[in-house]
Design a binder for this molecule. Structure first.
Ligand SMILES: NC(=O)c1ccc[n+]([C@@H]2O[C@H](COP(=O)([O-])OP(=O)(O)OC[C@H]3O[C@@H](n4cnc5c(N)ncnc54)[C@H](O)[C@@H]3O)[C@@H](O)[C@H]2O)c1
Length: 399
């Protein structure tokens, strides 16, 4: 119908599902600067374990590449590169700048660019002025809501916000043509900044709500109260929010609050609340570490197994994993510690010496589960492991 050749820039947790979805409908170019990522995908392997080999067969003459000149014929760019922070918590815009720079060398008048990386309000506009001022191109922002490890809330099923500046009818038609192929439910906003803001606050809200539960968990411990019972009672109120304590990691929650904080500060507002979750959630690492050490001392543990090192259940990603920090600290003690995570990506397993398979669970004096992958239940059941002296699921037994 339209002569559209989309390109997805950055084929990670967000970009790969986007590329695969588009590739089902059109010829699509998947571009990533990481040679290894491109090669493994070409060999039908997603090291993030979000997709099986059979999902990675390309259709419609699509292409996965790290060659910039393959973008020459594209006319609809979707940017899904990382948005990390520097050590001082300031936004690190280098991947976004580099993606825009690459596109700017290939772009033509009337091409369309959408940013899907999480940004602070105003950044799409700033990037447009910085990289594309010489061209008459159209820019939009569509926040990404996919949730790695979650097979229910997929790109196809979730409600997707699509925001763009005022543009000619033909351009609007092209944008909707593409996005309606990506998600079944589209919400249009004519304010890019509102859409940018809506994404970043979704994640900050979650960070803060988990932090509140983490704080209550720590207070219950001090007051010698049964946290599980307290929450069970509180939940009988109709409007008590259903959040659970947990180790918060990954590429989004530990990072996004700093993006909004930074822009608010530069505009003269010193935010007082949005970073509160960060401090509390990071504290949980030390709280849990101390619990494990206490348990080790009390039970004279010699051989310990830590299970679940990725940043959350059923994902392969170890970015900002507090569980990994706990493991590293325990390895500095004189306890014999091993780690097991069959879901974690192969590179992290190798880098941090984490087992992907385990034969004999009975040789450990204590098994601690930091992140509850579904597969652990099966493995423990098979090994008839439900002896509480041996098996220590931090979140079940914290009381
Ligand atoms: N992971 C999530 O659950 C999730 C959910 C919603 C939104 N987001 C947001 O989406 C964005 C991407 O996150 P992700 O988890 O997919 O990151 P990722 O690290 O998994 O993937 C990003 C990919 O981009 C590539 N890349 C970096 N710079 C590039 C460039 N200049 N040109 C081409 N490719 C480049 C990297 O090699 C990598 O493969 C971030 O802004 C993140 O906050 C992530």
């Amino acid at each position: 119908m339209y002569n559209i050749l989309p390109a997805v820039i950055g084929l990670g947790y967000v970009g790969l599902p986007m590329f695969l979805r588009l590739n089902k409908k059109f010829r699509t170019i998947g571009f990533d600067i990481d040679f290894n990522r491109v090669q493994t995908l070409k060999n039908k392997l997603d090291i993030n374990l979000e997709f099986k080999k059979s999902d990675l067969f390309l259709k419609n003459n699509s292409l996965i590449t790290n060659k910039k000149n393959s973008l020459k014929q594209c006319n609809f760019y979707i940017i899904t590169v990382p948005t990390p922070i520097y050590r001082d918590n300031k936004p690190d815009l280098r991947p976004l700048n580099s993606a825009c720079e690459i596109i700017s060398k290939n772009i033509n008048d009337n091409d369309i660019i959408f940013i899907e990386s999480t940004v602070y309000p105003g950044l799409t506009e700033i990037l447009k002025k910085k990289f594309f001022k010489k061209k008459k191109i159209w820019m939009g922002y569509s926040p990404e809501r996919i949730n790695p490890g979650d097979r229910k809330h997929t790109l196809k099923n979730i409600t997707k916000i699509v925001s763009f500046e005022s543009c000619p009818k033909e351009i609007k038609k092209k944008i909707l043509f593409i996005y309606k192929k990506i998600s079944k439910n589209i919400i249009i906003s004519n304010s890019i900044q509102n859409a940018e803001m809506s994404k970043v606050i979704e994640n900050i809200q979650r960070d803060i709500n988990i932090a509140f539960m983490n704080e209550i968990l720590m207070v219950c411990e001090k007051l010698n109260l049964n946290f599980q019972e307290v929450i069970k009672l509180a939940k009988t109120k109709w409007n008590f929010l259903n959040f659970s304590p947990g180790l918060v990691g990954g590429h989004c929650l530990p990072v996004d609050p700093f993006y909004l904080y930074d822009v608010a500060q530069r505009k003269g507002h010193e935010a007082k609340f949005m970073l509160a979750g960060r401090r509390v959630n990071n504290e949980l690492e030390f709280f849990l570490q101390n619990k494990i050490i206490k348990k080790i001392k009390k039970n004279k543990i010699k051989k310990l197994l830590i299970c679940g090192i990725s940043y959350k259940a059923n994902v392969a990603d170890a970015r900002n994993s507090l569980g990994l920090n706990i493991l590293k600290s325990l390895r500095k003690t004189n306890i014999d510690v091993e780690a097991f995570d069959p879901i974690l990506n192969k590179n992290s397993q190798k880098k941090h010496n984490i087992k992907s398979k385990i034969r004999n669970l009975s040789k450990y004096d204590l098994i601690v589960v930091l992140v509850k992958h579904d597969i652990f239940l099966k493995i423990f059941k098979k090994n008839k492991l439900r002896n509480p002296k041996k098996y220590f699921d931090l979140f079940d037994t914290l009381s």
